[in-house]
Design a protein around this ligand. Structure first.
Ligand SMILES: CC(=O)[C@@H](O)[C@H](O)COP(=O)(O)O
Length: 257
């Protein structure tokens, strides 16, 4: 595990847990969550960034050594996502961008078609593009082809804490994608993050489950451990499943009566 690094856009990361900044009761707790979770990448919705000198600016709670992953939450089209990404870079937030293009307000499901379009434009402009997507193999391949640095399939709709509802489709992406697969959205418990990592996901992004926990700092630590355990299990080679029982001890050598 010592050199088990995750490389995204040429950057090597020790942590495979990406976190978010939304929904905390008190944003001043964010630095402690970063410490306990040991996350190195944090996503922030561009619409929450205040470019005035307001005391409410979310950015004041994010330590300078974190990799910023501004996201395009609020964009309904590729064009809007591209505009938000350019704004983020112009504002000094770096060149990583999480594409979120959502026009469905009930389930907050991503628009894969618009997401591909935005990814292509931004990758060509030198952004490290991490697109949030519904897990579909053809879409993932297209995203890789047009320059995505990773793909981010949803486990369940954003903020639902329902876990890996799309597990079998995510497994296909894990098996077939060349770029890192980061399971994003819907992960509600550390055990679900662990499960994603055991499947072979390269990383997970968790926001709601940490931010809305009774103790977000402790929950950040719980997710850190779960991601680590899941990754270790995956690298160790998870054992096969069988229908019929197989004795764990030899069935010979019983005492003779
Ligand atoms: C913050 C962010 O990017 C979310 O849109 C993301 O998808 C995380 O989802 P959860 O809040 O369900 O963890």
């Amino acid at each position: 595990m010592a050199r088990d690094l995750l490389t995204i856009g040429g950057v090597e990361l020790k942590s495979r847990l990406l976190i978010g900044t939304g929904k905390f009761n008190d944003d001043s707790i964010i630095p402690e969550v970063i410490n306990s979770s040991e996350s190195q990448v944090i996503t922030v919705a561009m619409r929450r960034v205040d470019f005035t000198t307001s005391q409410e600016n979310i950015m004041k709670h994010i330590p300078k050594d974190m990799i910023l992953l501004p996201n395009t939450s609020g964009a309904r089209t590729a064009e809007e996502a591209v505009r938000i990404a350019r704004l983020a870079r112009a504002a000094g937030m770096g060149n990583w961008i999480k594409i979120e293009v959502i026009s469905d307000q009930k389930y907050l499901l991503p628009d894969n078609y618009e997401t591909i379009k935005a990814t292509e434009v931004l990758a060509n402009e030198g952004f490290i593009v991490l697109p949030y997507m519904s897990p579909d193999l053809m879409v993932a391949k297209k995203l890789e082809e047009v320059g995505a640095a990773a793909v981010m399939p949803l486990g369940a709709p954003i903020g639902t804490n329902r876990g890996l509802k799309t597990k079998e489709l995510i497994q296909i992406l894990i098996d077939e994608c060349k770029k890192p697969v980061i399971v994003d959205a819907g992960i509600g418990k550390p055990s679900q993050a662990c499960e994603a990592m055991e499947l072979g996901a390269d990383a997970v992004l968790v926001n709601t489950a940490i931010a809305t926990a009774g103790d977000p700092v402790a929950m950040g630590e719980a997710f850190k451990s779960a991601v680590h355990s899941g990754r270790l299990a995956y690298l160790s080679g998870v054992g096969g499943v069988t229908t019929h029982a197989r004795a764990s001890s030899p069935l010979t050598g019983f005492l003779q009566m």
